[in-house]
Design a protein around this ligand. Structure first.
Ligand code: NAD
Length: 494
């Protein structure tokens, strides 16, 4: 079995208490890697390494051009190791090798490349001359926060770790990443990749370990200045509480129950593919999945028929086979959750028109693409995040009602509108209470633009310049002009 250590201060090491976690391959249900499991003492060591590295100035004193060169080198190494990284990612989390090769690994490299580009020519200081309320020079500076923690989920392990590391480094911070216990390996490998690219020791640290121990310690550690968290809304609430002890900056990318709205002038063939792609990609284990398909009464039956036919082209199977387009769920726990929700949907009176069962496989946590019709938006399958290949088709009578149903959710992460009339689609998109809306597309997250949630889907934004500023403090320096009559002194002096 492969062995991996914690990556602290530029080297791999065992956990102090000698604890390990076994990573299970979701396709074989067998452990394939044994990974050190950090306790509080290990997290403290990682934070101390990051604190010292920040205080020494070894990273924050580098110019933006130097940072850009190193971030670009990280991207180059990821690209150079792309095949091996994709295999690890697929084995660890059960996503298909196809997805890992075309989305996750190039996406991780692309994230480093993008933030390298943002660093080039970056201006972190602006100056403004003012006469009001007094004559002054005003300098506004962007500075790093210091030690930043990134706590990431299991659905896109290398990509989510990159979304934290790249902007944190671009802004001049040091960072500690905690991957999910079920998918720790690619994040641990990123530690060495960063080192090989020239990131100094202590600047990037990776501690695998249970959320309840390593995650809690990171989110409450007094020397951590910011927590960037991606995961469930439930744990996001806990992170906010823990971070409040020392008023850490937080960004939270949480769950979703996104609407995928098919307007009645949409090309139904494409919209049906989009409805399936929006919800079955990566077994539905995507935060912004379009798990509520909203369709007009008059097109309902035709759309559902087309969705069912489209699913014939989905191949559930061994994630290591390039022909498989859906692999297993990440864990037996996640499979149990999906089965429980499918039961709840049936009990509530929704009709399961496709799937609702497991394929016949020798091993693996597989589940078939599942379509429910006759779903009322108030049902639990329409309100709660299932995080599996289960879509609820909901009818609406007009655009107004579609918008009302779409917004009737505690979440507000993603969503889409399908239409042949862009202006009409834009009018709907503008009324959706959600951080991202795609028109005639789905899952098109672009590293250049902000990503995050309204309502209980999150706080703050990642990616683009917005994402970099979430890893920065903003300082205003006021330079008083040398005027003899500082009239406002009269507030104190007679
Ligand atoms: P999770 O919330 O269970 O875990 C996320 C991370 O938090 C893991 O590293 C976990 O170990 C850690 N953690 C768990 N309990 C903790 C605690 N008490 N203190 C500190 N850390 C703790 O989420 P998951 O099951 O790994 O991932 C699925 C969830 O992530 C879904 O809800 C999904 O919508 C969400 N997600 C959101 C986005 C987004 O960008 N909005 C992206 C991907 C996934």
């Amino acid at each position: 079995m492969e062995q991996y250590g914690l990556f602290i201060d530029g080297e791999y090491r065992d956990a102090k208490a000698g604890e390990t976690i076994k990573s299970i391959n979701p396709a074989t249900e067998q452990p394939w890697a044994e990974v050190a499991s950090a306790g509080e003492a290990d997290v403290d060591d990682a934070v101390e390494a990051a604190r010292k590295a920040h205080a020494s100035g070894v990273w924050r004193n580098k110019s933006y051009e130097e940072r850009a060169d190193i971030l670009a080198a990280v991207a180059e190494i990821i690209n150079g190791q792309a095949e091996a990284l994709a295999v690890v990612e697929a084995q660890d989390g059960g996503g298909t090798i196809r997805k890992a090769s075309f989305a996750d690994v190039p996406g991780a490299a692309g994230t480093f490349e993008y933030f390298a580009g943002l660093c080039r020519g970056y201006v972190d200081e602006e100056e403004f001359a003012e006469t009001v309320p007094v004559a002054s020079r005003n300098i506004v500076r962007r500075e790093p926060i210091g030690v930043c923690a990134g706590i990431v989920p299991w659905n896109f392990p290398i990509l989510m770790a990159s979304w934290k590391i790249a902007p944190a480094l671009a802004a001049g911070n040091t960072v500690i990443i905690k991957p999910a216990s079920v998918t720790p390996v690619t994040a641990l490998l990123l530690g060495q990749i960063c080192k090989d690219a020239g990131v100094p020791d202590g600047v990037v640290n990776v501690v695998s370990g249970p959320g309840g121990v390593a995650g809690e310690r990171l989110a409450s550690h007094p020397d951590v200045g910011k927590v960037a968290f991606t995961g469930s809304t439930e744990v996001g609430r806990r992170i906010m509480q823990l971070a409040s002890g020392t008023i850490k900056k937080v960004t939270l990318e949480l769950g979703g129950k996104s609407p995928n709205i098919i307007l009645d002038d949409a090309d139904l063939d494409t919209a049906a593919l989009g409805a399936c792609y929006g919800t079955f990609f990566h077994q539905g284990q995507v935060c912004e999945s379009g798990t509520r398909v909203l369709v007009s009464e008059k097109q309902h039956d035709e759309l559902v028929d087309k969705m069912v036919s489209a699913c014939d082209r989905i191949q559930v199977g061994d994630p290591m086979d390039m022909m498989s387009t859906m692999g297993p769920m990440v864990s037996s726990n996640q499979l149990d959750t999906v089965e429980r929700y499918v039961g709840l949907g049936r009990e509530a009176g929704a009709e399961c028109v496709l799937g609702g069962d497991r394929p016949d496989m020798e091993s693996g946590y597989y589940y078939n693409p599942t379509i429910f019709t006759g779903v009322d938006n108030g049902m639990r399958i329409a309100q709660e995040e299932i995080f599996g290949p289960v879509v609820s088709v909901i009818r609406y009578s007009d655009d107004e009602e579609a918008v009302r149903i779409a917004n009737d959710s505690m979440y507000g992460l993603g969503g889409a509108v399908w239409s042949s009339d862009t202006e009409r689609a834009l009018s709907v998109a503008r009324r959706l209470e959600t951080g991202t809306v795609w028109i005639n597309d789905y899952h098109m997250i672009n590293v250049r633009f902000p990503f995050g949630g309204y309502k209980q889907s999150g706080v703050g934004r990642e990616l683009g310049p917005w994402g970099m500023s979430a890893f920065q403090e903003t300082k205003h320096i006021h330079v008083g002009e040398d005027t003899p009559d500082k009239i406002y002194f009269s507030a104190l002096f007679n």
